[in-house]
Write a protein that binds this ligand. Structure first.
Ligand SMILES: Nc1ncnc2c1ncn2[C@@H]1O[C@H](COP(=O)(O)OP(=O)(O)OP(=O)(O)O)[C@@H](O)[C@H]1O
Ligand SMILES: [Mg+2]
Length: 261
């Protein structure tokens, strides 16, 4: 069997001294789209921020394209008299190195510069592509995927709707020419109509074969975009379901409930 593109082994982390997730194991193969579903506040975003290098893992491995992204060893072995020597030396995981490898995380909540225009944001996004090629082709595809962004190209971000901001965020992620694109709650707070529009765009991205890791609170919507689903509860993966066993809303509720029994 081929190696996974992303492999997470026994990953633990959080915001010291509070642990948020523990012993997370997850893998994603080339061409695959996977989903992560779980209740609010149980640590999905914290796990993704750790993959992106924004917070340091405490223990475990993050392997991407066969390379380890984080320093090995438990974090506490590197602590001495409450001094974390990683701060003075180097981080346990470096966000710039993660982007260089092509693991691109589109954060929850559309963190964009409000005073920049759509075109200005899309013009700086390719800087994250580094050595990866294909930016020009991607720039052409952006307006096909998101026709609204063409209409709104000279608008400042702060005048856009939530759905339009999400489109800019995803477009910026695509212009980084990802090898894996992570979308954290792309449809949060959107109208059903906007959810459909965004869903169609994500499906089109998936059809290009780009590996995706998607988090969404609407399980039926999420399952329409993925090949495999991981259930995440109280900071750990509780179950993995393949495409033949995608749950509907009622099934997911009983599965999540079961894991507490
Ligand atoms: N910067 C932070 N410092 C301290 N604690 C934090 C920080 N960010 C999040 N937390 C806490 O970590 C826990 C997990 O939050 P996280 O945002 O990862 O959950 P989530 O599963 O993504 O939730 P949601 O579905 O609402 O997005 C929560 O208890 C949250 O309050
Ligand atoms: Mg979250």
């Amino acid at each position: 069997m081929t190696e996974p593109l992303l492999e997470i082994r026994n990953l633990s982390g959080g915001y010291p001294p509070v642990q948020v997730f523990r012993n997370v194991n997850l893998s994603l193969f080339e061409g695959e789209s996977i989903g992560l579903f779980g209740p609010n506040g149980h640590g999905k975003t914290s796990l993704m921020k750790t993959l992106a290098g924004l917070i340091d893992p405490w223990d475990g491995d993050i392997l991407f394209g066969g390379k380890r992204l984080n320093l090995s060893g438990k974090m506490k072995t590197r602590l001495s008299q409450h001094l974390n020597y990683d701060i003075f030396r180097r981080r346990r995981i470096d966000p710039a190195a993660v982007v260089r490898e092509g693991l691109i995380y589109v954060m929850q909540g559309n963190l964009l510069f409000p005073e920049m225009t759509v075109n200005e944001v899309l013009a700086i996004a390719p800087a994250a592509a580094g050595e990866r090629t294909g930016v020009q082709e991607m720039q052409k595809q952006i307006h096909t995927l998101f026709p609204r962004l063409k209409e709104r190209q000279n608008s400042k971000i702060r005048f856009l709707s939530g759905g339009e901001r999400q489109m800019v965020s995803i477009a910026a992620g695509l212009l980084a020419m990802p090898r894996l694109l992570i979308l954290d709650e792309p449809t949060l707070g959107l109208s059903p109509k906007m959810r459909l529009e965004l869903g169609a765009a994500i499906r089109a991205i998936r059809e290009t074969g780009l590996p995706l890791l998607i988090i969404d609170q609407n399980v039926e919507f999420l399952c329409s975009l993925i090949d495999r689903l991981y259930l995440f509860d109280h900071g750990t993966i509780t179950r993995e379901l393949d495409s033949d066993h995608m749950p509907d809303h009622d099934q997911i509720m009983s599965l999540m409930f079961e894991s507490h029994a």
